[in-house]
Design a protein around this ligand. Sequence first.
Ligand SMILES: C[S@@+](CC[C@H](N)C(=O)[O-])C[C@H]1O[C@@H](n2cnc3c(N)ncnc32)[C@H](O)[C@@H]1O
Length: 266
Amino acid sequence: MSNNYINMPFNYMGNKFKLLPQLDVLMDYTKDVFCDLFGGGSVSYNLGVKYGGILFNDFLMGDFHYSVKNDPFTISTHTKEICSYIKDKDTYNTIRAEYNKSPTPALLWALILTCNSNMMRFNKQGKFNQTYGNRSWNSSTDLKWESLLKRYKELPPIRFFKKPVEQLKKIFSYNSMIYLDPPYYNTEAGYNTFWDIEKENILLDYCLNSSSSIAVSGVLFSSKENSPLLVGLQQAGWCVHNLNISYEHVRKNKDGNYQEVLLTNY
Ligand SMILES: C[S@@+](CC[C@H](N)C(=O)[O-])C[C@H]1O[C@@H](n2cnc3c(N)ncnc32)[C@H](O)[C@@H]1O
């Protein structure tokens, strides 16, 4: 892994960090603005440095990313304090209840660092519901945080949004580079709570009627129903790039063979 790629101190399931070298060579760098509409940060904060501007949408955490970037020291100090208070399941549950009542960026970040597998999970009402993970802010978080602080200084101007992608039709009419990493259809990722076939079809329609360069991440399965979005883009003649990665959460005996792909319209 190149030292130029930074790993985020707030983890997402489906985080594209390991795929960055393969995604990097497949982006269209002739465009000025990079639009990353499914959040997380690992793609924008790494590949976005090569563009003149970034439009970053994270429908669960757009405001969190904005706050951390604009007030990093206050938020990291509070987060460390909250992490040191969380010692067990009971203290974790108290903080989780406090966050769900009055969310703040530091409470959210502390929950991400102390929850099971560091993987945030929200229910349909948008309440954080991941369980305690017996972990905390550690030396690896320190390193990731230092890299992110350095990276903030290298990034072009960023606009943060916190919207479901269905409400971002306008962005598809710009002439930019749009990267889409939607929840993987037909998998069990926690964030799939917010994703369904109707949204797949809306996104398919936006993609097929856009003048931008678009790259869409996904997985193709050999033995179960594939994402209507990926199938529709393939039928429309988009290029299919096979990527190398294996996911522990995709069980081979249950799902048969699978292939991580990037589909592009350029
Ligand atoms: C595969 S993850 C993105 C990971 C990210 N590219 C990274 O590298 O960290 C998919 C994301 O889609 C978000 N999501 C789910 N439903 C959405 C919706 N309707 N609109 C926008 N984002 C949505 C989830 O919160 C999740 O963060």
